[in-house]
Design a protein around this ligand. Sequence first.
Ligand SMILES: Cc1cc2nc3c(=O)[nH]c(=O)nc-3n(C[C@H](O)[C@H](O)[C@H](O)COP(=O)(O)OP(=O)(O)OC[C@H]3O[C@@H](n4cnc5c(N)ncnc54)[C@H](O)[C@@H]3O)c2cc1C
Length: 395
Amino acid sequence: MSKSQPRQVDIAIVGGGLVGASLALALRGSGLCIAVIEAFTPTAPEHPSYDDRTLVLNPVSCQILSRLGIAASLEQYGVPINSIHVSDRGHFGRVLLQARQHGLEWFGRVMEAWRLGQALLQQAQNCEQVHWLSPVRLNTIRSFDGGIELALDGADKLTTRLLVGADGAGSRVRELLHLPATQHDYQQTAIICNATPSKAHNGMAYERFTDTGPLALLPQAGQRVGVVWTVATDQAGSLLTLSDSEFLDGLQRRFGHRLGEFQRVGKRANYPLKLVRAETNTAHRSVLIGNASHTIHPISAQGFNLGLRDASTLANQLSNQTDPGTADLLQAYQLRRQPDQDETIRYTDSLARLYSNDSITGKLLRTSGLLAHQFIPALQRRLVLNAMGYRDHVG
Ligand SMILES: Cc1cc2nc3c(=O)[nH]c(=O)nc-3n(C[C@H](O)[C@H](O)[C@H](O)COP(=O)(O)OP(=O)(O)OC[C@H]3O[C@@H](n4cnc5c(N)ncnc54)[C@H](O)[C@@H]3O)c2cc1C
């Protein structure tokens, strides 16, 4: 990774978050000259991508990430999920999925975002063809026949033959390209933290639907669990200002005693939840990937997994290309990614709406859905395959 700035590159990736960094790594060995433009220095405590959230990485993502050279970090820090317990607080019906019953060693691995970011950056440091420009912010763009000129805050102008927008939900690239996006505000906020219960999690992940929203507990190193607690946005403020012991009491009431008593809790952070979807992902010598293209509800732990499949497919299509920004190539990319994106977004959005619907019909649907999944193997299989990301596995 070089910090010097070239004047001209083949590919400029705006956004060095988890998806942008993955794409840069996936392109090493392609012979293309790449610039990553990132607004924050990698170690900045306020870095919006490399933070404390715990990510579930499905098996397809683990395979892709291993090919990017971070197998050792995944093995060392990625805690395997060997069973998943889904329940609805106060209602009959639950699903228990065991990896071994589905012929698997594990369903996925849980890793903190900052640790994953660090592992990706360590690999990027060995790539001479990747110029990592940070803290540098994209300001404006100007299109011309064979490329795009980028005006940057914090660096000189740069021209590129392909512009990749990997700059997250509020994408500046999407805005500058005038690509329309549909948005839906779930009026929900995810509160995340680490907590330590008195009983061992034994590699089980819990998803519990409660009257205030879904609550996920993900296994972490030692006895700790990563908590993702989704509540109505107008309730989030009070949960954030509770003392640690009041917060733990609330968590205990919502989750119950499957893991014994909650004893300790770490720093809390919050994320307002929206669905943002670009109606088109490509324009003249430009493409959107990751959250810039689709930001989804975390209920099914799919956002990064989906974005990583974007990066992997795009890198595959760009290999052995003399011109990385042709309309044909971008159209082929869009066609290839569309079904996976559509399906993942539809699945996640319908789950998010079903589990925040407090009507009698909504509750009945949830209970019958959970019961059906418990007793009908084909439905369980579908749930497992959806969760694991085997939709657009590019091999
Ligand atoms: C509570 C929660 C839990 C989640 N859990 C999971 C999970 O278990 N599994 C999963 O797969 N996904 C999960 N996700 C989703 C996942 O975190 C995101 O999908 C993923 O991090 C998106 O990565 P990204 O690189 O596309 O975007 P971002 O992380 O938003 O990165 C964008 C980058 O672009 C930079 N940037 C922005 N504008 C500019 C500019 N003008 N110039 C230069 N740089 C710029 C930013 O600084 C940032 O580094 C979760 C999300 C939340 C909120």
